[in-house]
Each structure stands twice: as C-alpha cells, then as structure tokens.
Design a protein around this ligand. Structure first.
Ligand code: GTP
Ligand code: MG
Length: 356
C-alpha cells in the first residue's frame, strides 16, 4: 500500500550491502539538507522530481545489485492505486515478490490487491515484510496478528508466503542485518529471504516464441526483427509464422559490428534474422519451430484484471494487445467476477464494473 516503505526497504538493502556507488548517499543527503527536508532512503531510487516532491513512487524503477554470486534485478513498484498498471507491468516478469505491509497501519486495500495480482500473475515465491516495526515498539503481538490475517488471505488465493519478516527499513532492522530489537524472531532477514528464493528455469528452454516486431529491407536482405520471448532461435531452424502458416528456414542471424555472427539467440535478446526464402510475414506474427507451434484460436478464456475507468461489457469491441500487435476483439461471455478487495464472487450481469 502507498507509503508502507517499499522504496525505503530497497534503499536500505542497497545501502547495507554496499551496492550504492561511492558518494551517492552523501550526495542525496546533501541535496536534502540544502532543500531543508529529511533524508529518505527512497530518494536513492525515486528518480523523478515529482516522486521526490510528493514522496511517492510513480513509475517502476529497475535496479540491479550483486550479492553472494547472484545478480538481482529489483523492480520497485508504486503502491498508489492510480499507478497499479505500472505495478502490474513491473511485476509481470518477476520470479519472486516481496509484499510490504506497514506494521502500524496494517493490511490495506493495496496490500490485498497486490496479493491478488501475485496469484493472477502466477508468482509463486513470495515473502511478506511487516515494516515500520519501530513504530509499534517492535511488538511481537502486532506482527503475529498481521501475519495470521494476511497468510489466511493469501491462502484463499492459493499464494503461499514462504516468509513473514518483521523489519524496520528506516532503522535497518532485519533488512540486511539481524535486529537485536526483535529477539523473539528467528527467521531470515529480508535479504536472506531473497537469497533463499530460487531462480526459475530459464525461458530459453521453453518452446520458441518470437513475436515479429518489424521487417527491414537492407540491400537484398529482408531482416525480421524482434525479441525472443522464449526458447532459442538457431541458424538452420525450420520456422512457421502464425497465423499466416508460412514456413522458411533461418539463414543468418544478423548483428552489427561483430566479426563472427552468432549461430543462436535465446529468450530475452532482441535480434534480427534472415530466411532462406522471401516469404511475406508482418509485424505481429509469431515465429516458432514447425515442430512446436502455438495453439491457434479465435476464441479463448482469460482471467482479466479490469482497471478501466468504464465497465467491461459483453458484446462490446475492444482493442487487445497481443505481443507486438493490436487487434479488435469482442467479449463474448463474462463467467464470473471476483472483487479483489473482498475476494467475494458475484455472478455476472454482463459487465465488470469500472475500477476504483
Ligand atoms: P509508494 O512508492 O509511494 O507506494 O511508497 P513506498 O512504499 O515506497 O514508501 P516509502 O519508502 O516512500 O516510505 C514512505 C514513508 O515511510 C517515508 O517517509 C519513510 O521514511 C517512512 N518509512 C519507511 N520505512 C519506515 C520504517 O521502517 N519505519 C518508519 N518509522 N518509517 C518508515
Ligand atoms: Mg516507493
């Protein structure tokens, strides 16, 4: 929820693991002093002026740090309701999540909604930090109450939090260093919880999916450009483009200023390649191996988190973004609606109410 201390927690993790460039903390402290406001760890990441002025995170910031031979990419999500979309795009590709709950304020609307989103996005590795324990005198009873209530809520969603960590991001308790103010707690610190999360199997091992971003004509060559969403693309691979169903073989993988062009590219990399014959494909098609193509259908069932300012209605047309393509679609049937706040189910009346 907004202001529960996510950015501060992140700032504290970086500061206490020595992951912040020499002098940066001092620089931000200096600026704060000049502007006559107290230093906040969150300022280390809230890059935009508006964010610092209002003390809230608007956009998701991606930051990197190394700890014990592992590389972490942390996405700091905004807690303000209006920026929930940013939180979703940030979280959609995460392997694990840390939910932050203010010990003094307790579980709030966005604590529940973000919990719900984790279940929708299929994020299975979850830790909950009960933050600002300094505001409740590091009282175990406050922590246990939140732990019990929130674990029960998550359980209904089929989400299991591996750890509940009582912490104070501001004071640096149980974030990187174990706190001597909460001797009643014998679980991991926030950083130790991160260490215990497992890296998910690489997407490179899954079937190839390559949404075509664009096709460039260079001299004689037509280069198909895009980002490998999953799997691995190799020279010599026999590809099919969906939905046109045209097939061809990968002739070259193209790169600039490289002596020996690569023979393969894997998930996560943007690349261009040429084919052995000139087939017509276009932006929005999905290339895959002929042996493992995607299922094709003009009708599918989906779980949707509706954030529109108008209701989502049956029989109306909407524009849907499918990888690199935007197309018209129509809602056929709304089967049931779950209120993310209460988790109560209402049967459909042909529309999902507007968000908020
Ligand atoms: P949004 O990104 O806007 O959702 O907020 P946030 O969750 O990132 O909160 P942020 O880190 O900006 O902290 C909000 C306020 O809570 C700041 O004034 C912090 O100093 C304060 N705060 C964060 N952690 C603690 C803590 O452990 N104890 C106390 N007392 N205050 C804290
Ligand atoms: Mg923030």
């Amino acid at each position: 929820h907004v202001d529960h201390g996510k950015s501060t927690l992140l700032g504290r993790i970086y500061a206490d693991t020595g992951s912040i460039p020499e002098g940066h903390v001092e620089k931000v402290k200096d600026i704060c002093e000049k502007q006559g406001k107290p230093f906040e760890y969150a300022f280390l990441f809230d890059a935009f002026i508006e964010e610092q002025e209002q003390g809230i995170t608007i956009d998701t910031a991606r930051t990197f740090f190394n700890w014990k031979n592992r590389e972490y990419i942390i996405i700091d999500a905004p807690g303000h309701k209006e920026f929930l979309k940013n939180m979703i795009s940030g979280a959609a590709r995460a392997d694990a999540a840390i939910l932050v709950i203010d010990a003094a304020e307790g579980i709030r609307q966005q604590s529940r909604q973000h919990g719900y989103l984790l279940s929708l996005l299929g994020i299975r590795q979850v830790a909950v930090t009960v933050n600002k324990m300094d505001l409740v005198d590091f009282d175990e009873k406050v922590f246990r109450k939140i732990e019990k209530e929130f674990a029960a809520y998550l359980k209904e969603l089929n989400v299991h939090a591996s750890y509940f960590v009582p912490a104070s991001a501001k004071e640096g308790n149980n974030v990187v260093d174990k706190s001597d103010r909460m001797t009643w707690y014998d679980g991991p610190t926030v950083l130790q919880a991160l260490e215990r999360f497992e890296k998910l199997p690489p997407r490179a091992d899954q079937p190839l999916r390559f949404p075509v971003q664009d096709i460039y004509k260079f001299d004689e060559r037509r280069i198909i450009a895009g980002r490998v969403a999953s799997g691995t693309l190799k020279v010599g691979d026999h590809l099919v483009f969906s939905p046109s169903n045209k097939t061809a073989v990968v002739r070259t993988i193209e790169t600039f200023n490289v002596a020996v062009p690569p023979q393969a590219v894997s998930a996560g990399w943007s690349t261009g390649f040429t084919l052995d014959e000139q087939i017509f494909s276009e932006r929005g098609e999905i290339a895959s191996h002929v042996t493992a193509p995607p299922d094709g259908s003009s009708l599918f069932r989906a779980t949707v988190f509706w954030m529109g300012s108008n209701p989502l209605k049956e029989r109306l047309s909407y524009t849907i973004r499918l990888a690199t393509r935007e197309i018209e679609m129509k809602v056929v049937t709304i089967h049931n609606i779950i209120d993310a706040d209460t988790l109560g189910t209402t049967s459909s009346s042909g529309q999902i109410p507007r968000y908020g």
